[in-house]
Design a protein around this ligand. Structure first.
Ligand code: URA
Ligand code: CA
Length: 447
């Protein structure tokens, strides 16, 4: 087999066999297939697409390109969740204890943030003492004992995806549906998931700007899951503004705790998306007969405080301060809060999530490069959402900052944060939140 023949075949629109795809991926990881041939192949895929069989073969070849996590010793159906979003996405912090409190095991590996995106592992590290590294045995034993564990990705998981993603980033081949779909699914399969719930973001802040494109990506991922024997459901949710109001590590833990504690003032969007994703997790995990019944169960676990108690248990099990659950003031907090005034009066019609993610990174909440260090206490809280009106000078958000931040650097973040809010004269209605659900049986649209 020669790479050049496989590139030509794809260029001319032929379907590659699973063996041919594995040859390319294994060759790429071992160094026998060079970057320039992989680039040419990725561009051919961009223009020609891939069949469902090819996409599934690519996913499995990438999933098996490095270490895989064996969760067979965990009792029950292991349901993983993944979001294609990444700015201020607090859902994992809520869902891990909430879903576990309903009897579905949560054995979750999460990542750290980079650039404008945040990572669940950084957020959890804002809890004093919390250990994000457990051995494989500790991980499995903890899930069997209390129903949940959230740890940092360790080992050499999906090296083929890391290499190919880096290559796609510099060859204008990120935006190819089969390549995005196989990239996401390979990581979930390598992490040991039996079933997968995907939160596919749509709109200004997302990869896919329209609901139709988002559905196409979701269908590709659901098809892979079906092909490789992992039940997969995708929820298409709005990203024309960040989900929830907090962006920043300890701030997001506080927001998650506010949901678990049933406090008022939490963004209803965050609760709705969390309940929708959680409901599909319960259904796939065999703990509820329908999405509606599952939502009732989830609401009951929130109202009874059982989800909050599960969060405290999770903290205690991983060395964190369990008293944080009842007293969020034990979390690190920034030295001062700086209001962000609206430059003009108007109605909020959109809020750019990526711009806010970058602004939060510049405050120190995120990493410019993989080796940057971060400040867990800083970040941004939104005070206005789409549909709200503001007066000129009224605060649209607040920056939580420490002593190191001031002068021109702070002015820059203030400008960026204010500019992320689109203000118009005519009011816009808040966008519908859950736009569609894609399962192996088809697409259900809500608009
Ligand atoms: N997220 C991923 O993990 N992979 C992609 O290709 C795009 C988004
Ligand atoms: Ca949030």
């Amino acid at each position: 087999m020669r790479a050049v023949d496989l590139i030509r075949a794809k260029r001319d629109g032929a379907e590659l066999t699973p063996e041919q795809i594995r040859f390319l991926i294994e060759g790429y990881v071992s160094g026998e297939v060079p970057d320039y041939q992989m680039s040419a192949w990725a561009m051919a895929v961009f223009f020609r697409g891939m069949t469902a069989r090819e996409t599934a073969a690519l996913t499995l070849a990438m999933a098996e390109s490095g270490d895989t996590v064996d969760l067979s010793a965990v009792r029950g159906v292991k349901v993983d969740k993944h979001s294609t979003g990444g700015v201020g996405d607090t859902t994992t912090l809520i869902l891990a204890p909430l879903v576990a409190s309903c009897g579905v095991p949560v054995a979750k590996m999460s990542g750290r943030g980079l650039g404008h995106t945040g990572g669940t592992i950084d957020k959890l590290e804002s809890i004093p003492g919390f250990r994000v590294e457990l051995s494989q045995q500790e991980f499995v034993a903890q899930v069997n004992r209390i129903g949940a564990a959230v740890i940092s990705q360790s080992g050499n998981i999906t090296p083929a995806d890391k290499l190919l993603y880096g290559l796609r980033d510099v060859t204008a081949t990120i935006e190819a549906v089969p390549l995005i779909a196989s990239s996401v699914m390979s990581k979930k399969i390598a992490a040991g998931a039996d079933a997968i719930v995907l939160d596919v973001k749509t709109g200004g802040g997302a990869f896919m700007k329209t609901v139709d494109d988002s559905i196409r990506l979701a269908e590709a991922m659901v098809a892979i899951g079906t092909e490789v024997g992992r039940r997969t459901v995708a929820v298409i949710s709005d990203m024309n503004q960040p989900l929830g109001n907090a962006i920043g590590n300890a701030l997001e833990v506080r927001e998650a705790l506010a949901v678990l504690r049933g406090e008022s003032g939490v963004s209803p969007d965050l609760i709705e998306v969390t309940l929708t994703l959680g409901a599909h997790m319960l259904v796939l995990g065999g703990a509820a007969p329908s999405v509606e019944a599952a939502k009732e169960t989830l609401r009951a676990k929130l109202a009874s405080g059982e989800a909050l108690r599960k969060f405290a248990e999770l903290l205690g099990a991983q060395g964190g301060d369990p008293a944080v659950a009842d007293d969020p003031s034990r979390l690190p907090s920034a030295a001062r809060v700086v209001p962000v005034p609206a430059p003009r009066a108007g109605a909020v019609t959109a809020i750019e999530a990526e711009a806010l993610g970058t602004a939060a990174m510049l405050l120190g909440a995120g990493r410019a490069t993989k080796s940057s260090s971060i400040d867990l206490s800083v970040g941004i809280r939104l005070l206005k959402r789409i549909g709200d009106t503001v007066d000129a000078g009224e605060s649209v958000a607040e920056l939580h900052v420490n002593a190191a931040m001031g002068g021109e650097a702070l002015d820059d973040v203030l400008r960026r944060t204010a500019a992320a809010f689109e203000l118009r004269d005519a009011a816009a209605a808040p966008p519908p939140l859950v736009r569609a659900v894609v399962t192996k049986d088809g697409v259900e649209r809500f608009d």
